[in-house]
Design a protein around this ligand. Structure first.
Ligand code: NAD
Ligand code: DAU
Length: 350
């Protein structure tokens, strides 16, 4: 019987992973451990909160005593670790927050897991969810593979790279069973509107300007969040211990092309004249250290575990926009209060 703690389960990707595991594996106990920072929201899980195999623990991964209690109380057998500070722009303003949660928080979890599983480490898995940003930036060609050297360029990616190294080091040094996956940009429902796609959907709804960083020719590889959750399910159950798996959408878009696609889809969905939303596009000061291009070679997870994305980008993006248009209450809740201060401080000087 598995008792899995999923950290960061109230966040964007974490909530999709929690939902998948709670509904697909009724015999597992799923413990969502989350500090409920600005990015964590229990409304993301309202539909499954009454399931008998779902438990929520409000805790910070910097609080070792709280982690000990949760491992003890729920007799945790496995960890899927997603809790993190996740926004690059915030990491440029407050790098230390990223060091605390992403580096020290991860080491705390590793220590507590190792202590609780000491009798037989081989029966337990520590799954660390990471990002393609650890590999740095690509030029016009090439893809990140699992053996691409780490070259993080932002405080966020440096903190994630560091946490990846600690996980690997604990596998080597203490014989813990670990697995790491490094994924490209996710999009979908429950995405906090500080990241490109949900921020621009929200701004288009409100007819606010769309702040495109730099020349807008930066490239990202977009994956529907439910496909990331299904990849995490596969890696958790079938991945080889101590391996890394890259996960990506085989779906590269230059920011400006993606933004224009969103504008035209939303012209149609909102009954606006063709071209109306594009008028909101405003080029603003670039992000410092902005990585030019990310693109993942996901052939290892494809050939070894048989995973591939199920949603096409056009379907996924259209469904995502519809979700935001139908969930205005959720959007209002997450954009009230502190969000307004965030938006002003991040965008007023650009
Ligand atoms: P998110 O910011 O939406 O959610 C993070 C969650 O972690 C929130 O619920 C928050 O409350 C919680 N949290 C933050 N600090 C915590 C702490 N100290 N203790 C306990 N909980 C804490 O993030 P996301 O976009 O869902 O990303 C989840 C994970 O996936 C992260 O590790 C991120 O690096 C990784 N990742 C994200 C993407 C992406 O495109 N969003 C892509 C690849 C990898
Ligand atoms: O690649 C995986 C990573 O993707 C994850 O590890 C991160 O947690 C996640 O936030 C995401 O990082 P990015 O920096 O790529 O995502 P973001 O949505 O912030 O930006 C996407 C692109 O859009 C990037 O080139 C910057 C640009 N951008 C972003 C914002 C918020 C703009 O042009 N304007 C904006 O207002």
């Amino acid at each position: 019987m598995k008792h899995i703690v999923i950290t960061g389960g109230a966040g964007f990707i974490g909530s999709h992973v929690v939902r998948l595991f709670v509904t697909k594996y009724p015999d597992y106990r799923i413990i969502n451990l989350d500090a409920l920072t600005y990015a964590g929201n229990l409304e993301n899980l309202a539909d499954i909160e009454k399931y008998p195999n779902y438990f929520f623990e409000k805790a910070n991964i910097l609080d070792i005593a709280a982690l000990e209690n949760i491992f003890e109380k729920h007799r945790i057998t496995d960890v899927i670790h997603l809790a993190a500070e996740s926004h690059v722009d915030r990491s440029i303003v407050s790098p230390l927050d990223f060091v605390y949660t992403n580096v020290i928080g991860t080491v705390n979890l590793l220590n507590v897991a190792r202590k609780h599983w000491a009798q037989d480490l081989s029966k337990h898995l520590f799954y660390h969810v990471s990002t393609d940003e650890v590999y740095g930036a690509l030029g016009n060609t090439g893809l990140f593979t699992e053996s691409t050297p780490y070259h993080p360029n932002s405080p966020y990616s440096a903190s994630k790279a560091s946490s990846d190294h600690f996980v690997r080091a604990y596998a080597e040094t203490y014989d813990m069973q670990t697995v790491i996956s490094n994924c490209s940009n996710n999009y979908g429902p429950y995405h906090f509107p500080e990241k490109l796609i949900p921020l621009f959907i929200n701004n288009i709804i409100q007819k606010k300007s769309l702040p495109v960083y730099g020349d807008g020719l930066y490239t990202r590889d977009w994956l529907y969040v439910k496909d990331h959750a299904s990849a995490i399910d596969l890696v958790f159950h079938k991945g080889k211990p101590d391996e890394t798996y890259n996960i990506g959408g085989f779906n590269e878009w230059k920011n400006i092309d993606l933004i224009k696609l969103m504008c035209s889809l939303m012209d149609e969905k909102l009954g606006r004249a063709p071209g109306e939303n594009e008028k909101l596009i405003t080029y603003v000061k670039d992000r410092p250290g902005h990585d030019r291009r990310y693109a993942i070679d996901a052939s290892k997870i494809n050939t070894e575990l048989g995973w591939k994305p199920s949603a096409t980008f056009e379907e996924g993006l259209s469904e995502t926009i519809d979700w935001y248009l139908q969930n205005t209450e959720w959007l209002q809740h997450v954009t009230s209060g502190a969000y307004q201060n965030y938006y002003t401080s991040m965008y007023s000087n650009r």
